[in-house]
Design a protein around this ligand. Structure first.
Ligand SMILES: [Zn+2]
Length: 293
């Protein structure tokens, strides 16, 4: 554009040549500046970390976690003394809420109320999911609490993913066993899903947290984004408060649905209401239970 304007202004050949050289030089400078800008921290894409605090809901002290950045996602246990209250408060904070769904483990740990067991029929699994979702309003995704046994069993995981798909909820595999089929089954059902990369605090002390947090940042820088899971232990909350207030410039904290948005361009989180679906399912089963005359 500049060249055309200049040449059409009637200047002589030498002037034109000088002017063209100037344009080439300035273009080269622009290219060099562009290349430089791509390699400096200022414009480079940040590595992203999504952090889930799960096992929330049993104790009033879990509320201390509300002091953490609102980008930290909370995964709340169903049917606990604070399930609904903490879920409502998270939502009003603008914080993303997940249901932390208890599923049977291989080691017989206590699972709390409303857990999904390997002995359940698929319709019992679906009902357990819907009841749990009702006690954690505003949940837009689910991850498994325990589940080293259940996440390996296709029949029950199919039923779980059916509910998630019907309610447009996402699933994060906590990966309590390397044999988990949950992520794979979620995908087969069209459920947006991902797998946890790092557990931050299975030993609740600062040295271990530091080691795991560094590992999470390394993975984020290498892969672009990661999901870490932690728990509402006092040491973890204090540690994360410090770390998240002072993140390195090349790291950004995001919610879990933002993580899924990065991975899947078509992902849009828009959950349906679990209560409506449960009532509909109950009506359907009552209707189908009536024998035709
Ligand atoms: Zn858990």
């Amino acid at each position: 554009m500049t060249v055309i304007c200049f040449l059409s202004s009637g200047a002589n050949a030498a002037d034109s040549s000088n002017a063209l050289n100037a344009i080439v030089t300035s273009n080269a400078t622009m290219v060099a500046q562009y290349v430089l800008s791509q390699t400096t921290g200022h414009t480079r894409k940040k590595a992203r970390i999504a952090i889930i605090i799960d096992d929330i809901g049993n104790k009033r002290a879990d509320a201390d976690a509300f002091a953490l950045s609102e980008k930290v996602t909370f995964s709340i246990l169903p049917h606990t003394p604070f399930s609904t209250q903490f879920s409502e408060f998270s939502f009003h904070q603008g914080r993303e809420v997940m249901l932390h769904m208890p599923m049977e483990s291989l080691h017989g740990e206590a699972l709390g109320e409303g857990a999904i067991l390997a002995s359940m029929y698929p319709d019992e699994v679906e009902m357990a999911m819907l009841r749990a979702l009702e006690s954690v309003p505003h949940a837009i995704g689910v991850n498994n609490h325990m589940g080293s046994k259940l996440t390996q069993i296709t029949l029950q995981m199919n039923a779980v993913m059916e509910v998630l798909n019907n309610n447009r909820l996402y699933f994060i595999d906590s990966r309590t066993t390397k044999f988990s089929k949950a992520h794979q089954i979620a995908r087969q059902h069209g459920v947006y899903s991902a797998t946890r990369h790092v557990f931050l605090d299975h030993f609740a002390n600062e040295a271990f947290l530091e080691k795991q947090f560094s590992q999470m940042l390394r993975k984020a820088r290498r892969n672009g984004s990661v999901i870490g899971i932690a728990h509402p232990y006092p040491v973890t909350i204090e540690f994360l408060k410090k770390k998240l207030d002072d993140l390195p410039d090349d790291i950004e904290l995001i919610s879990v649905s933002e993580y899924l948005n990065i991975q899947n361009e078509s992902f849009m989180s828009a959950p349906r209401l679990a209560k409506e679906n449960r009532l509909k399912q109950e009506n359907d089963s009552q209707t189908s239970a009536i024998a035709p005359e």
